[in-house]
Design a protein around this ligand. Structure first.
Ligand SMILES: [Zn+2]
Length: 348
């Protein structure tokens, strides 16, 4: 420590790291320790290269009460159930009119065309996505912070879930982990549901699907690249297309939500990844514009919303000095880009 000054509610210190110590790791240790006592440190660098350590006492907002999270889950279960019922009804009507086939005998009983097979797969994807965020928060010394589920209109019945975190991230590594952990966790059940879903979806000739689209309002939707690959791997016959079963639709939604969440804009999960990786705001803005364009095929409304998100400034971590770790720059970013490509609307 080179100098110190007492200020209301804390201390300002000019520090110099001991030779051989990593300031990032040392600051993380200090931050975790101080946070236990309701204090928050901040690490800044002056243009002449001196490190400033500010320590303040803060009153942290309380995490969301569990009953509020459970109440939002209950409401959301009802709206998703209604969406699943409407979907199952119209699907059963369509199947009764068309001459359908199945890739697997699993789907032919039609018992899987039932709202419960939309509700359970969709909530397992949403739940595991949020659990990923919760686990990352806990790993970085935070509290368990339950998500709030947002109900919505059909066809989905939900806008997903959010966690209003009370914890200020320590450094860029934590921002990266908090952002990427959700989509990475939710991606796994989304793939599982897509595989089971495609195996249990009715297949019809493409011409017949075009006819049904005209007469019955059947909709063609943009396909995530991985969804397309799974269909091909499961020897989906040429000239045929699937009418998504409730499980397939939940898997499709899971992949699309993973993609939209991964877009590098504002406070989206991908926005945190971009912030952690790119300190330059102009580079992040350029990426955000690309993100908005990429989101248009899935949902023009969502693209507009993401453009709106970009207006909000990303809050900095406590350690504003240290860059993202090498392993996250290499392995983490490679995983992020792979997931983004696999869930993008790039049909082959
Ligand atoms: Zn998320």
């Amino acid at each position: 420590m080179l100098d110190s000054r007492e200020v209301p509610g804390g201390l300002d210190l000019i520090v110099s790291p001991r030779p051989g110590t990593d300031p990032k790791a040392a600051f993380t240790r200090v931050a975790k320790e101080l946070m236990r006592y309701g204090m928050v440190p901040k690490l800044l660098k002056t243009p002449d290269g001196r490190l400033y350590l500010l320590v303040r006492t803060v009153r942290r907002p309380k995490p969301l009460e569990t009953w509020k999270s459970l109440a939002s889950l209950a409401i959301c279960l009802v709206t998703v159930w209604i969406s699943g019922s409407l979907m199952s009804q119209s699907l059963l009507e369509l199947v009764s009119k068309a001459d359908v086939q199945f890739i697997s005998s699993l789907g032919s009983s039609l018992r899987l065309i039932n709202p419960v097979f939309f509700v359970i797969p969709l909530f397992s994807i949403l739940g595991i996505h949020e659990f990923g965020h919760m686990l990352a928060t806990k790993r970085w010394g935070g509290e368990w912070e339950p998500p709030i589920f947002i109900p919505g209109p059909p066809p989905l019945g939900t806008f997903g879930a959010v966690i209003r975190s009370a914890k200020i991230p320590i450094n860029r590594d934590e921002i990266f982990d908090l952002g990427f952990s959700g989509p990475l966790s939710g991606f796994i059940p989304a793939v599982v549901m897509s595989v089971i879903g495609i195996l249990t979806s009715p297949l019809i000739p493409i011409e017949e699907a075009i006819q049904l689209a005209k007469e019955e309002g059947l909709q063609f939707v943009p396909t995530p690249l991985l969804f397309d690959i799974i269909q091909r791997l499961l020897s989906h016959p040429e000239g045929m297309t699937i009418i998504m079963s409730p499980i397939a639709f939940a898997g499709w939604v899971g992949l699309v939500l993973t993609f939209l969440n991964l877009l590098p804009a504002g406070q989206l999960d991908g926005g945190h990844v971009a912030y952690a990786l790119l300190p330059n705001p102009k580079a992040r803005l350029a990426l955000g514009v690309v993100a908005v364009i990429l989101a248009v095929p899935y949902s023009p409304l969502m693209a507009l919303l993401i453009a709106f998100f970009m207006l909000s400034k990303h809050p900095p971590p406590l350690d504003e000095v240290s860059p993202l770790s090498k392993s996250r720059k290499v392995i983490g970013v490679a995983a992020y880009i792979s997931l983004l490509i696999l869930t993008s609307p790039l049909s082959i």
